[in-house]
Structure formats: structure tokens, C-alpha cells
Design a protein around this ligand. Structure first.
Ligand code: FMN
Length: 204
């Protein structure tokens, strides 16, 4: 059975993004082996002085770390290994302040690792994650298809680029405008669920 990693950041009570990811899981749990990573409970370490310098020394400088030093990187390394070990990845998150929440960015900072998930080659950067696909499930308060916000959705390009950078083709199913069009929330979520059905048929 193929494996699916769910990377979930839906901390709000009655989260609409959670409704989308719950629907994905309920629809597909018999067809794939699911690993659920809740970023609000298992939160990646921010890259600060200690871990950043160890990461750079190891991944860019080829330095062999001691066991204690490896331990400093172990939480983020575990998340990277989890990603390398899956066939499909579903990232569920709301949009915060025109982009992705810092916690979700911290997950990308954990899993985008030189020499492990991408490499520098003679012909440029190469993503090392092979034979994987990603789905992004995102909600927002405002409509990003029309003025004044139609040019400031920095979340979707960042997510597609980040997955692509490590070799994972990704597609996004967005329910944008859930606050702006509060009377249409159920309709918009139902529309996203239909898209999830179509993608699920393609994947499994
Ligand atoms: C801290 C914070 C920042 C937000 N920033 C934006 C934003 O930049 N653009 C937007 O359209 N909505 C923004 N929102 C609204 C949420 O994206 C929107 O309500 C989303 O559907 C919430 O997802 P949830 O129901 O899963 O919590 C923000 C909400 C919060 C709590």
C-alpha cells in the first residue's frame, strides 16, 4: 500500500482547513497508509545559532558530527526522513499574513536539506525526492482572484516552488475568501471536496 504523509497545521477551533484535510483522510484512509504529522504538537525547531551552524557544517561542509551534535538536529531530521519515506504528501494550512504560517515555514526549513532532499549538480539544483506528489489544502479569509489582493497571494507560489525545489510536483486546492464570502462557506468547501475526490481518484 502506498504511503501518505499528512502535514497538518490547523490550530483554530472549528478550523475550515481541518474540515478539508479530515475529508481527505476519511475518503482515502482505506486506500493508503497514513502518517499524520500535527505541527501544533510536533513543531519543527526554528533554525537558530546552534542548529543552523551544525546543519551548515554537516550538509554543506561535509563535517561528521558527534552523537550529541546529531541529536541537536534530530527532530528536524526525523521530519525530513518522514518525507523521504512517503509516496504522497498533503500539506494543510490556512494563509497567514499573505503567506504561510511560520510553523509551516519551519517544516520546510527542516525538510529542505542540501545533500538529502536537494543537491547542487554540474547542471544546477536537482530535487532528490523522487516519485512523490504533493497536495496543498489551503484556506484564506479574502478572495485572492480579484482586487485588491489578486497579486499578493505569496503562499501558493511559495508552496509550489518549495515542493518543486526538492523534486515533488504539487497542486493546490484552495478555499480562498471564507471570511469575505461568509454566506458561501459551505458551498466553497463542498467545491473543494469535489476537487479532493478528483485528485484522490488520480492518486490512488
Ligand atoms: C494570524 C492570522 C493571519 C491571517 N492572515 C490572512 C491573510 O493574510 N489573508 C487572508 O485572506 N486571510 C488571513 N487570515 C484568515 C485565515 O486565513 C482564514 O480565516 C482561514 O480560513 C483560517 O483557516 P482555519 O479555519 O483553518 O483556521 C488570517 C488569520 C489569522 C488567524
Amino acid at each position: 500500500m502506498k504511503k501518505t504523509l499528512i502535514v497538518n497545521y490547523t490550530p483554530r477551533v472549528d478550523s475550515n482547513t481541518k474540515k478539508m484535510v479530515d475529508y481527505f483522510i476519511e475518503s482515502n484512509k482505506m486506500k493508503t497508509e497514513i502518517t499524520f504529522l500535527d505541527l501544533t504538537e510536533e513543531t519543527p525547531d526554528l533554525l537558530l545559532k546552534d542548529n543552523l551552524n551544525l546543519y551548515v557544517a554537516r550538509n554543506f561542509g561535509g563535517v561528521a558530527l558527534s552523537k550529541d551534535q546529531q541529536n541537536v538536529l534530530s527532530k528536524n531530521d526525523k521530519m525530513m526522513t518522514q518525507l523521504l519515506d512517503t509516496d504522497f504528501v498533503v500539506l494543510a494550512s490556512p494563509m497567514y499574513n499573505f503567506t504561510i504560517p511560520a510553523t509551516v515555514k519551519a517544516w520546510f526549513d527542516a525538510v529542505i536539506q542540501a545533500g538529502r532532499t536537494f543537491a547542487y549538480t554540474d547542471t544546477g539544483i536537482k530535487g532528490l525526492c523522487e516519485n512523490k506528489q504533493a497536495l496543498i489544502l489551503m484556506t484564506s479569509g479574502s478572495d485572492f482572484d480579484s482586487e485588491p489582493y489578486n497579486k499578493v497571494n505569496f503562499a501558493t507560489p511559495l508552496l509550489l516552488t518549495s515542493f518543486g525545489f526538492i523534486g515533488i510536483p504539487a497542486e493546490a486546492i484552495n478555499s480562498f475568501g471564507l471570511v469575505q464570502y461568509a454566506d458561501k462557506v459551505e458551498e466553497m468547501l463542498a467545491n473543494s471536496k469535489r476537487k479532493i475526490d478528483l485528485l484522490s481518484k488520480k492518486w490512488y
